[in-house]
Design a protein around this ligand. Sequence first.
Ligand SMILES: *Cc1c(COP(=O)(O)O)cnc(C)c1O
Length: 367
Amino acid sequence: MDTAEFRRRGKEMVDYIADYLENIEGRQVYPDVVPGYLRNLIPDAAPEHPEAYEEIVKDIERVIMPGVTHWQSPYFYAYFPTGSSFPAMLADMLSGAIGCIGFSWAASPACTELETVMLDWLGKMLNLPEEFLAGTEGQGGGVIQSTASEATLVALLAARAKILKRLQAENPGLAEPEILSKLVAYSSDQAHCSVERAGLIGGVKMKKIPSDTKFSVGGEALRKVIEEDKAAGLIPFYCCATLGTTPSCAFDNIMEIGPICNSENMWMHIDAAYAGSSFICPEFRHLLNGVEFADSFNFNPHKWLLINFDCSAMWVKKRSEIIGAFKMDPLYLQHDHQESGLVTDYRSLPLKTHLSLCQDRQEGMAP
Ligand SMILES: *Cc1c(COP(=O)(O)O)cnc(C)c1O
């Protein structure tokens, strides 16, 4: 496809998309297909000879659409709403065209700078405490993760690194496996399953705190479990509170949980994946009161803010706790500005260095 054809096909695709969304209520929201339906509609292997573009495009209606669940349909009530909008689609098109990988400031400065500033904007819209903003001199700041599950895990891994460092500094003889075997993290029994999974991936115990009759976890319930665990020789180090639980949109009492986490030197993460967008409205902002006690906070603009999947916004009070704990600095990624304190190299976030094996930011929405 040359530039001239791209101009033509691009306009056709925009028309197809506009028609699709304009008439989406006419489509059956959930497909009738059976597992394996698609394999029978296309050849067993890639064709030896190229097919005409028109023929391939016909496959959208013949092969793909019959198996699509139309999440943007007004009749879609499953799971949760996921945002999408024309400006977001156009932005995706542009970032596809720029096609850069912004793992460090130097790899494409506008990526890092735009991400940092946009997360400050979004943080200000939520009226997050100043400590969560990067500004020009702040210690905190935001980062785009793919999902809330990832944010919970990143926070847990940072908390784990922080407590390991602290305990080993206090008791140089203490071996890492011994500490790890005693670490315990907490969440509500109503928390999203990704919180439990973060414990599994992080190799630490994750305990569910019983919620009350309103499906909310309060300070008393948390304190009781902490006291029992400390008496049994365990080391509480992390608590994930939920604002807007998946089963019932319940809110944990972060005004009570927060001070306990702070006094116990535990990392407090707040998962507000879908309810978080509502805190932009002044009339709902009080539901976020207590965020000042948290070390990290997350919500998903892709759920309720008309942004295409995936875009999960995470803020931390101390960037250094996340970056420092997982820093990898291979020669091929070093650049002149990294020690200046003026730029964040997002590749230093744990998920991007640890789990994706230095394939930094290969996922994640380009800002
Ligand atoms: C949707 C949701 C999640 C999972 O979000 P992902 O971005 O898909 O990982 C986690 N927690 C809560 C409270 C949610 O509503």
